[in-house]
Ligand binder design. Structure first.
Ligand SMILES: Cc1cc2nc3c(=O)[nH]c(=O)nc-3n(C[C@H](O)[C@H](O)[C@H](O)COP(=O)(O)OP(=O)(O)OC[C@H]3O[C@@H](n4cnc5c(N)ncnc54)[C@H](O)[C@@H]3O)c2cc1C
Length: 152
């Protein structure tokens, strides 16, 4: 996902202004190296030991002593639902590109009848617009399930 993110971010940067730090987390194959080079993205293999600065400049210090300065730094962490309740109810999880999320159907009902989920906990990729839309869908479906669904 960091490769994917690097290409997205480089589309907003000045040509040659994007660097991907691998920091020992990833080995690139030839096709990946060629693709990044063709897009003008620099690749830094040296391990990152420190990131400093909270203003317009961010300094990334490397294990070999070099320090590189950037206007911004993007990370691609993994995420997981913080709520243990849904898991304890037995709601199934799917594995997404950024981490696990609750499996839902088109009404946002999880694999457990009567339990609905929306937003980042129930999607592979987050966005405010998707979360709001999913919330409306889940709210309507939950309400209707209370009114019209026969009790088991
Ligand atoms: C750095 C960053 C930048 C982003 N930029 C954009 C952007 O530009 N545009 C865009 O559309 N989206 C953006 N997103 C994604 C967007 O923020 C999320 O998709 C959206 O906020 C998801 O909404 P949500 O309500 O599902 O979850 P959240 O906004 O995460 O809300 C969940 C809430 O539940 C609370 N909570 C968690 N556990 C519990 C618990 N056990 N009990 C009670 N409360 C609990 C949390 O504290 C939180 O307030 C960005 C996300 C990040 C991290």
């Amino acid at each position: 996902m960091s490769l994917h993110q690097t290409v997205l971010v480089s589309d907003w940067a000045s040509p040659g202004g994007t660097t991907l730090f691998l920091s020992g987390a990833l080995e690139l194959d030839t096709a990946q190296r060629n693709d990044l080079a063709a897009r003008g993205i620099q690749v830094e293999h040296m391990r990152v030991v420190e990131v400093a600065g909270d203003g317009p400049a961010i300094d990334v210090r490397l294990e070999d002593g070099r320090a590189l300065r950037f206007h911004g730094l993007f990370l691609q962490p993994r995420t997981r639902p913080a709520l243990a309740l849904a898991e304890s109810l037995g709601c199934a999880l799917d594995e997404g590109p950024l981490g696990p999320f609750f499996r839902t159907d088109e009404t946002k009902e999880t694999t457990v009848r009567g339990v609905f989920a929306c937003g980042d906990v129930a999607r592979g990729m987050g966005s405010v617009a998707f979360a709001v839309g999913d919330g409306a869908r889940a709210g309507m479906a939950a309400h209707q399930s209370l009114l019209f669904r026969p009790a088991e």
